[in-house]
Design a protein around this ligand. Structure first.
Ligand code: HEC
Length: 143
C-alpha cells in the first residue's frame, strides 16, 4: 500500500506531538521556562501553567495526558475551599510544590524555577501574587 503525502504528514505530526510534549514538560521541570514579566499574570499562566492545567484552568492542557498524576482543575479551588480562594495554600504550593500522596508529583516546584529567574525574593513574591490573581479569575467563569 502506498501512503499518501497527507497520511505521511499526519503520522509525522502525531510523532512530533508525542515527542514534543514530554520535552516541553521536561523543559519546564528543569527550569528552562521562558522569562515573563512578574506583573503579567495571564502571560505567566499561559507560559508556565496552561500546558498542563489548560487555558481555562480545567486540568486539560495538551501535556496532561503525558503525566502520571493528572493536573488539578484550578477552577474549583475556591469552591472546594468553602467559597474562599485558598491564598495561603496557593502560595505554599507555588513555593514548595504539591504534596503527592503516592509516588512523585508531576507538578513542578515553581518557587525554585522563579528564584532562578529573579535573584530578588521580593520579585518572586510579586510573581506568585500576580499568578494567583490570574488563577483566582479562572475561578469566576465569565459567561
Ligand atoms: C508539568 C505539568 C504542570 C505544570 C506545567 C503546572 N502544574 Fe500545577 N499541577 C500539576 C499536577 C500533575 C498537579 C496535581 C498533582 C499533585 O497534586 O501533586 C498539579 C497541582 C496544582 C495545584 C494544586 C491544586 C489542588 O487542588 O490542591 C495548584 C494550585 C497548581 N497545580 C498550580 C499551578 C500553577 C499556578 C502553575 C503555573 C505556574 C502550574 N500548576 C503548572 C501539573 C502541572
Amino acid at each position: 500500500m502506498r501512503l499518501s503525502g497527507a497520511r505521511v504528514a499526519l503520522v509525522g505530526l502525531i510523532v512530533a506531538a508525542c515527542l514534543g510534549i514530554p520535552a516541553l514538560v521536561a523543559a519546564q521541570e528543569s527550569g528552562a521556562a521562558p522569562y515573563k514579566a512578574p506583573n503579567e499574570g495571564k502571560e505567566m499562566y499561559v507560559a508556565y501553567c496552561g500546558s498542563c492545567h489548560g487555558a481555562q484552568g480545567r486540568g486539560d492542557g495538551p501535556a496532561a495526558t503525558a503525566l502520571k498524576v493528572p493536573p488539578a482543575d484550578l477552577t474549583v479551588l475556591m469552591k472546594n475551599n468553602g467559597g474562599t480562594f485558598p491564598e495561603a495554600k496557593f502560595r505554599q504550593i507555588m513555593a514548595n510544590g504539591t504534596v503527592a500522596a503516592h509516588g512523585n508529583a508531576d507538578m513542578p516546584i515553581w518557587g525554585q524555577i522563579f528564584k532562578k529567574m529573579d535573584k530578588d525574593p521580593a520579585v518572586t513574591a510579586v510573581r506568585i501574587e500576580n499568578l494567583m490573581k490570574y488563577v483566582q479569575v479562572l475561578n469566576y467563569p465569565i459567561k
